[in-house]
Design a protein around this ligand. Structure first.
Ligand code: FE2
Ligand code: FE2
Length: 158
């Protein structure tokens, strides 16, 4: 079995609130990793999965809101900002779809794990990477570019 997940800056997108949530997801995955199905009650594993699913719902709702607020606040008419606005707009729909798939993937992992009797820690780590390292990677550069042109905006969107 893989080791517990250690926090890495590769999991950060450069937004304090969202990064705090990524940290909470890592902690929730590690708690599942530590669950010993042979010795601990099944209800405990169900509770740990439910906690993770709740954190995920909260996180994607927050991330979606931050992205929408940026699109709404980055001026599409100023020439310097319009490129940035276009990049956010172009990315938004794709990212929302990725979130839907990410939630569905977790539901499938949880179902399978509970049916087969095991915490599926390796699978959960890969599932987390597919979001924090892969899917959220474009957000990192978009946040950076947005902060350069709108220094106060990202800080306001906590
Ligand atoms: Fe995220
Ligand atoms: Fe995301």
């Amino acid at each position: 079995m893989a080791q517990e997940l250690a926090w890495s800056e590769a999991f950060a997108v450069g937004h304090a609130g969202l990064d705090e949530e990524h940290r909470a997801l890592v902690a929730a995955i590690n708690a599942i990793h530590r669950h010993d199905d042979a010795r601990q009650p099944r209800e405990q594993l169900e509770k740990l999965f439910a906690d993770l699913q709740a954190l995920v719902s909260k996180h994607i709702a927050h991330e979606d809101e931050v992205m929408r607020m940026i699109v709404a606040n980055v001026n599409s008419h100023e020439s310097a900002a319009s490129v940035l606005h276009h990049h956010w707009l172009e990315h938004l729909d794709k990212h929302l779809d990725e979130h839907d798939r990410w939630v569905a993937d977790l539901d499938a992992i949880v179902k399978r794990s509970l049916a087969q009797g095991g915490p599926a820690a390796d699978e959960l780590q890969h599932w987390f990477f597919s979001h924090a390292v892969k899917s959220d990677a474009p957000l990192k550069s978009l946040f950076q570019a947005t902060r350069q042109q709108y220094p106060k905006l990202i800080a306001q969107l906590s």
